[in-house]
Ligand binder design. Sequence first.
Ligand code: SF4
Ligand code: SF4
Length: 492
Amino acid sequence: MNFQPSPFVAPPEVITTKSRFRNAIGKYRIRRSNACIACGRCIEACPHGVHHIRNHKLAPPDDYLCVGFECKKCVDECPQKALSLDVNPLMEVIGDRRWTPDLLVSTWYMAETGEMPKGGVETETGGSDGGFDKLRFVYKNELPADFNPADFNTSIKLNRKDDGRDEGVIGLPIYGGGMSYGSINLMAIIARARAWKEWNSFTCTGEGGYPEELFPYDDHVITQVATGLFGVREETIQRVRMVEFKYAQGAKPGLGGHLLGDKVTPKVARMREAVPGNPLFSPFPFHSVYSVEDHKKHIDWIKEINPRAMVSVKVSTPSDVDMVAVGSYFAGAHIVHLDGSYGGTGAAPDIAKKNIAMPIEYGIIKVHNFLKDEGIRDAITVIASGGIRTPADVAKAIMLGADGVVIGTSEMVALECIRCSYCESGRGCARGIASTDPELSTMIDVEWATKRLVNMLAAWRTELCRIMARMGMKDIREMVGRTDCLRHLDYE
Ligand code: SF4
Ligand code: SF4
């Protein structure tokens, strides 16, 4: 495969953005007893700013910044033995095996600081005992002493057809996946659009229509066309630089979409041209597409309506996904978007998420190799999604053969999602993210959410550069298909 560098896109500025809740959740808990005499030794001892003065008084510790037992400096140096350190009991109740408590708190740290955590927490793998959690990097060297992320290029070009359409150069090999107005609230949608604009990348409307609040971000929006055709109009297709056909979702292949009546508020209903309170189904499949020729007609339709837009085709990962990808190439798609089985919000049923589609790591490599064998790998962009949680997952997906990835849940986590899985009900989301309820929606401030997303991606970029540096690479395009940089724990 040819390595083609893309133009460099400068990363946006990181602005520290704290949790919106009074007590941010971290892995460790520092408690200060009444024996404390406020001597301030802990402030001097802590390298991570946990102890500090506020309003001329020793403030309660910001213990979510603590790196835990590998440090213990403040505990050891307190002359009064007034400090104790333990693991936050909340670690036992938040998250799940894929999104472990460690991955949640580390993502929150990245969203606040724009940096990777300084220690004491696992940032790379979850506890699922499968998928990306079973893959490890085979580093070629140590991190160079003069490592500087500015020396690395993480941008990619999405349109590889040289057909006069938009080139789609994005600053990271990442863009935002389809999350509809209805599945998440408008504030989160706007924040996503703003953050991806700062990264010169894309967010996606999902199948929920195109709220007019997104118009200022048109050039960074992907509008989705799926079977329900909710809110799909010629005018919305003409607004954007990329249109995505959703043929299936990895989290629920064969099931289509379902928005419970609870979340169909008058505003959501108006956007989708439906009736408030009525559940909305987006059935599977497109009954107008049963062959590559039908598929081509679909893509030609979009290309005709919008002569500048790229077309992406989102598919799940059935066992013949390699044939599907080749078909999409010959039908004229610029991007084949493979959506594996680990993604989806808490609204996707577990039985579907865990038992239907092929795990994404198998799907990527199958498609990459087949496109190579067919001699067309360099002419189509392969994007992977479905459970990309960390920068390590991004690198693994690319090393398996994807050009880039799509994320969704990680963005919700940056906005302090706790993975409680109540996303589908109207007032279910205690964090106000996956809620269209007018009161809960006000919990998200657009400015705050934008910065959190920008910051998380900044941390991801730095980590991707660190991985490249340790692999002896300078450009993310060099990483594509480098399975020699990975090992699988089951095959050692
Ligand atoms: S254990 Fe270390 S990181 Fe944690 S609060 Fe004490 S000095 Fe700071
Ligand atoms: S916090 Fe909200 S977005 Fe996150 S899983 Fe719970 S309901 Fe869903």
